[in-house]
Ligand binder design. Sequence first.
Ligand code: C2E
Ligand code: CA
Ligand code: CA
Ligand code: CA
Length: 274
Amino acid sequence: AKSEGRNLYRFFEPGMDAMVQARRALEVDLGTALSRQEFDLDFQPIMNIASGEIVGAEALMRWHSPERGMVAPDSFIPVAEETGLIVPLGEWALRKACTAAARWPAGLRVAVNVSAVQLKSGSFARSVISALAFSGVPAGRLELEITETVLMDESEVVLRTLRQLRELGIRIALDDFGTGYSSLGYLRRFPVDKIKIDRSFIHDLSNRDTAAIVRTVIGLGAELGITVTAEGVETEVQLDILRSNGCTEAQGFLIGAPSKAAEIQRLLRSRAPH
Ligand code: C2E
Ligand code: CA
Ligand code: CA
Ligand code: CA
């Protein structure tokens, strides 16, 4: 009983208490944010390196909280995943992204980030099909970005869902490639259409070893017949290195920062393939 008491005391130590409370408050605010329409999507352009044309854009979620200001997705997505809010929130994002893409020039693709929690929910394929039907965007223009955490537990639901989506013509991109434990293993077991090299590699491209890794990943993509996109491209030097090594696509501040739907629509109309 004595040690129990001490554990309880430890659990409720002042600093911890404050952390737990802050976290609870975030969960509460997040819980009402969707119905209060506090979320929005920005879109970041993706360029084909060889042609210089913009071939699509990635939807990135934004939370404008009246109390907190702009909250970064890296801080609210994990909370939304734990509370399950990511399921309706992700569904909202899919619809919103497809609705935006419906107004882009034909052929331009829209990429949407998908959490492991969504894929495990069992209703995911249905909500994707519904978003496409609702917007009138053909499946071939939708790309779903998943990270390795999606593939880590090889649940039957996830596998079946990914297969079903690919059969519809939807593309699957492996996001943040190279940051996980077993990127190559997943590549062997799961059919993907695209690899997105994590921006930490691009940031460190002046390092000889990092450059060698990036070259190898680009070569791997070519061998496997899949698209390779470099994330976080910020300088002409980086773009030149990627171009001379045959990297397919680039995304990053150099090509364009994430921007509002109306703005990206203008950009896409002026820089799309003719
Ligand atoms: P991500 O999918 O890897 O998205 C790319 C992130 O890199 C974005 O951050 C983008 O603003 C940032 N970025 C783009 N170009 C550059 C660059 O040149 N340099 C640097 N330093 N950064 C660049 P953001 O918007 O803060 O999103 C962070 C992460 O939150 C995303 O990483 C993604 O994992 C997650 N996320 C965003 N939207 C969604 C969503 O709708 N659903 C889910 N499940 N996750 C999302
Ligand atoms: Ca992404
Ligand atoms: Ca990424
Ligand atoms: Ca990420």
